[in-house]
Design a protein around this ligand. Structure first.
Ligand SMILES: Cc1cc2nc3c(=O)[nH]c(=O)nc-3n(C[C@H](O)[C@H](O)[C@H](O)COP(=O)(O)OP(=O)(O)OC[C@H]3O[C@@H](n4cnc5c(N)ncnc54)[C@H](O)[C@@H]3O)c2cc1C
Length: 448
């Protein structure tokens, strides 16, 4: 199997001295941080993005590459639609082919109950003018003519897209650098620098950068840094396994999922595959603390999350990961430059077999590469996109709950506008940080 393309073994693409000051520091070089830096730089703001490992080393390269409106929370739909307007522009501006294709996204129903959930979502989504259609059993078969399985129906959004994540996000980073953003890899932020109760910059492993605004886009690590500054959010991460096949005949141009697996055509003629509805949660102190808040999500899909007793050493919620550290101490962020969980090989074998069984005409399904990522998630399955009232100068954009790649450019544009004091252009109240500590009842999103 070929190794995962982004790792610590790759030399940093973005390196150099750290500036002493900037208007804005962005923490995290995933799709959210990179997009934020891009839009800030384009607005003429001096911005430094700091990434502890490599650009897109974590979730932003490991995802399925689906860019979808389908199944999103109603509060996210207009933002996902904005992202779908931004993607073709960005694809035209970057220096490489990111494989952006409007191949559509299909959810092939397990049973009539699932068709019912699709219908409920379609009603909620209708006011936004989505292109989504409900297909009956014949329609589902027509969509997937090479399959030897039959589904009772499907939800199908022909305007949804796909792109190659591990090519895309590094390309967006180069675009941000071209626009004037300073990017630095292998540079962990240890702490926020706080003066007189507000953010005055960051303290990194390589020294201090002064900045009146800081954007935290730290993916699975955000809660750890926030808690160190007395802001507690119930963010957990689950291991999700994925894999890539060798090139195979064309059976479908988009992304599709049924009760067993997900498949998505890749730009090189292979498919990205993943087991459907299977995640693994390593139990640690944060999981214990947040357990009650995640109960509604667990009840909705009791078999979807397998519990594992402890995370590997150095993971954000491992039992031994320090929760307190000083500015002059090595932080958990630099102890784990790239969060690179091992894939679940049993699931890799089962998924490859299920793909071959579903599409027997493909012949042997050879898996070229398998990997896993830690998906950061929140109890209501929508992110935090907000300015922290308790810590003026801090903007938090995190907890993308498994769909941050597709929507990422729009949340980056929004974060840049929030920092600049501009109207974000969307109602962000559902994404407010305070929902976790102001006594609000959390409303579980559609999670489709
Ligand atoms: C297997 C899998 C499948 C998925 N499928 C899809 C999909 O099809 N479509 C979709 O839209 N989304 C999908 N997602 C989700 C999507 O990948 C994420 O929501 C998105 O990439 C999150 O982006 P991010 O920038 O918030 O976080 P990340 O990409 O995780 O980036 C955060 C970065 O911050 C850095 N960092 C953290 N703390 C610090 C610090 N203190 N100092 C410096 N750097 C720091 C980390 O090293 C990391 O690189 C999937 C995810 C996985 C794992």
């Amino acid at each position: 199997m070929t190794p995962f393309p982004i790792s610590e073994a790759n030399p940093p693409e973005h390196s150099g001295d750290l500036p002493e000051r900037a208007d804005v520091v962005v923490i995290g070089g995933g799709v959210i941080g990179v997009s934020t830096a891009l839009f800030l730089a384009r607005a003429g703001i001096s911005v430094v993005l700091l990434e502890k490992g490599r650009i897109a080393g974590e979730q932003s390269s490991r995802n399925w590459g689906w860019i979808r409106v389908q199944g999103r929370d109603p509060a996210e739909i207009p933002i996902a639609q904005e992202a779908q307007r931004l993607w073709p522009q960005l694809a035209a501006e970057v220096d490489t082919d990111i494989g952006l294709t409007q191949g559509g996204v299909a959810y092939l129903a397990r049973d009539e109950a699932e068709m019912g959930r699709f219908t409920t979502w379609m009603k909620a989504a209708a006011p936004f003018g989505v292109s989504t259609q409900l297909l009956d059993a014949d329609g589902a078969s027509r969509l997937m003519p090479a399959a030897n399985r039959h589904w009772p129906g499907a939800m199908w959004t022909p305007s949804d897209m796909r792109a190659e994540p591990f090519v895309t996000v590094p390309a967006l980073a180069r675009l941000a650098a071209k626009a004037g953003a300073i990017l630095r890899e292998a540079t962990a932020v240890r702490l926020l620098d706080i003066e007189a109760g507000r953010v005055a910059g960051v303290i990194t492993e390589r020294g201090r950068i002064r900045a009146a605004s800081v954007v935290l886009a730290g993916g699975a690590w955000s809660a750890l840094l926030l808690r160190r500054h007395a802001i507690s959010i119930p963010q957990l991460s689950v291991r999700a396994t994925a894999m890539r096949t060798a090139p195979l005949p064309d059976i479908f141009q988009g992304g599709a999922v049924d009760s067993r697996l997900a498949w998505r055509r890749a730009a090189d003629g292979g498919y990205t595959l993943a087991p459907e509805g299977f995640h693994e949660l390593y139990v640690g102190p944060d999981a214990f603390r947040a357990f009650a808040r995640f109960l509604p999500q667990l009840k909705q899909d009791p078999l979807g999350t397998a519990l594992r007793p402890a995370a590997p050493r150095g993971f954000p919620d491992a039992w031994t990961t320090p929760r307190r550290w000083r500015a002059d101490q090595v932080s958990p962020f630099e102890r784990m430059r790239v969060l690179n969980p091992a894939p679940n090989l049993t699931k890799v074998r089962q998924t490859a077999a299920a793909f071959g069984e579903t599409f027997p005409g493909l012949g042997e399904v050879e898996i070229e590469s398998a990997w896993a990522g830690m998906i950061d998630t929140l109890p209501d399955v929508v992110p935090v996109v907000d300015q922290a009232a308790r810590l003026p100068g801090l903007t938090v954009v995190t907890g993308m709950c498994g769909h941050g790649f597709g929507i990422g450019p729009a949340f980056g544009r929004i974060a840049a506008d929030l920092v600049r004091g501009n109207a974000p252009g969307h109602d962000l109240s559902r994404f407010r940080l305070s929902r976790f500590f102001d006594g609000s009842a959390l409303e579980l999103g559609p999670n489709l």
